[in-house]
Design a binder for this molecule. Structure first.
Ligand code: ADP
Length: 246
């Protein structure tokens, strides 16, 4: 098991956004999270890399890192949690005044203090991998949304995380640009990256995922293989959601 999450709960003030989230993730597997807007999907993802701190819950990683949020958590533990994953945001969040290449090298050189020449080679390799060999020296405003998101993916990969997190990576994109981003994510799945993907792209989720969670109202209503959850859902709420969006 790569990660086991038990009893994860998160509130914003009175608003209980995650109520009791339990999920196990295998190393090298792709977990997709689907569900209506406001069901807590993004908050779940942000808890996984400490962008939000849970109120309760136990995270147990394969390498022994264990965080019990019922107890107080040190900054060092939060940092260790953060280091495990790379996040790809809905709105790309690139540095506007840096080129594609500089966006990718920034984290590994400034934050991780890795060797500049090694990072530069890696960044170029990653930008080639996401299909941007001829766009490396352009600035975000000179790139399409799909290209910017592929820089976002390269940037997250450059930190060499164990886990990749995608927060609705295609929802800001024009329809004709969605495919190029989904293809990159599919390639990562083939390379056995461990990934959690919040998405509204049900067809994509069914192709790429090993496991699907359907969330509603801060709970996981149903979880299982894509076949089980997306093709033969048992719960009425899952059926209604899929009927609405398919
Ligand atoms: P989803 O990703 O499924 O659309 P979210 O996790 O974004 O759901 O949001 C779930 C609920 O949490 C919403 O009611 C939202 O308003 C609330 N929420 C999310 N982030 C914050 C925040 N930083 N502060 C206050 N409320 C938040």
């Amino acid at each position: 098991m790569f990660l086991s999450v038990k009893g994860l709960a998160k509130s914003f003030g009175e608003n209980e956004v995650l109520k009791d989230i339990n999920v196990d993730m295998e190393k090298g597997s792709v977990l997709s999270v689907i569900g209506p807007s406001g069901s807590g999907k993004t908050t779940f993802l942000r808890c996984l890399n400490a962008l939000e701190q849970p109120n309760k819950g136990l995270f147990a990683f394969h390498d022994g890192l264990t965080l019990d949020f019922a107890n107080s958590i040190s900054k060092k533990e939060l940092l260790e949690l953060r280091k495990k994953s790379g996040m790809v945001f809905q709105s790309y969040n690139l540095f506007p005044h840096k080129t594609a290449l500089e966006n990718v090298t920034e984290g590994p050189t400034i934050v991780q203090k890795r060797d500049k020449a090694v990072v530069l080679d890696l960044a170029k390799e990653l930008l080639i991998k996401v299909g941007l060999a001829d766009r490396m020296n352009l600035y975000p405003h000179q790139l399409s949304g799909g290209q910017q998101q592929r820089v976002g993916i390269a940037r997250a990969l450059a930190m060499e995380p164990e886990l990749m997190l995608f927060d609705e990576p295609t929802s800001a994109l024009d329809p004709e640009l969605i495919g190029e981003v989904l293809r990159v994510i599919k390639d990562l799945a083939k390379e056995n990256w461990t990934m959690v993907i919040v998405t509204h792209e049900i067809q994509f989720a069914s192709e790429v995922s090993d496991y699907v969670l359907f969330m509603d109202g801060g709970y996981i209503v149903e979880q299982g293989s894509p076949e089980e959850v997306l093709k033969h859902p048992k719960e009425m709420r899952t059926k209604q959601f899929l009927d609405r969006i398919l």
